[in-house]
Design a protein around this ligand. Sequence first.
Ligand SMILES: [Zn+2]
Length: 334
Amino acid sequence: MLPFKLIYSDEYYLPIGQHVFPAEKYRRVARQLIESGIADPSDFLTPQPASDQDILLVHTPAYVNKLKNGTLSAREEMQLEVPYSPELVRAFWLAAGGSILAAENALKDGVAISIGGGFHHAFPDHGEGFCMIHDVAVAIRRMQRDNRIRTAMTVDCDVHQGNGTAAIFAGTRTVSDPLPSSARAVAGRRPLMRGAHAGDVFTISLHQENNYPALKPPSSIDVDLPDGITDDDYLAWLDNALSSGLRQFEPDLLCYIAGADPYHEDQLGGLGLTMEGLKRRDELVFQVAKTRGIPVMVTYAGGYARRVEDTVAIHCNTVIAAEEVFGERRPAHT
Ligand SMILES: [Zn+2]
């Protein structure tokens, strides 16, 4: 049995037909966790869909009405890059409910993982890049509304910049001097680390610079990584961004967006991380959160490996990494 909860429903499946987004990955991750003995069925909690009231904590009434009434324009549906259906709307409301449940359980157990979510390209008034509703932002705003947390930090390690996250929480930001350049940390490479202080939500995004979205609204800290960056350099930048962020800001909740697409075999990514490097990335985030006593909720975001089983393995490894960092003991194998 795991020392934390996994949030999952078969209804997480996104009904989008043949698509580069492997919508079946959630089901495969859940099944593999049980079949491999990593998780027990009792480790899972089933989420309920978020209420419209929850969704409206982040999204505009006009956008929510369009989704509920099926009145997105052709242009809006194109920007979403997944085919609209009422079933898809339900799946996104459920993803938001899953992230709310993950946040609640993270506050209770120190960590919780939703086997889904992480739709970081959704904006208050529109969706894009396969993301209709920003489930993580909804969870943060709901926890704040319930006075369960005051502040939160998003740590987005998907290969694509968290443009929706940056836009949603930009309103709370106050302008400050840019961070001192930390390019010395990684010899021979010069990605740009830029940032500004945040208001009640501090946003960190590590992503490939030459990739979607073309327009990257500023996060509190953005690390614009060069193509093909490998494990050690990536981990140095992540360590750097986390230290810098936590020097400036004390979050009551850390929202880790654990995209599988920085993987070197990803079809939509251009970074060079190995499967082992991605697991070390997860361990680093968990270790930092644990050391500082910050509860961490995890969502999965993207993952488009040529072999879907690689994406599934990367997502399963996130659960293993959490168990290794937060577990009381390692299982003894003799
Ligand atoms: Zn992505």
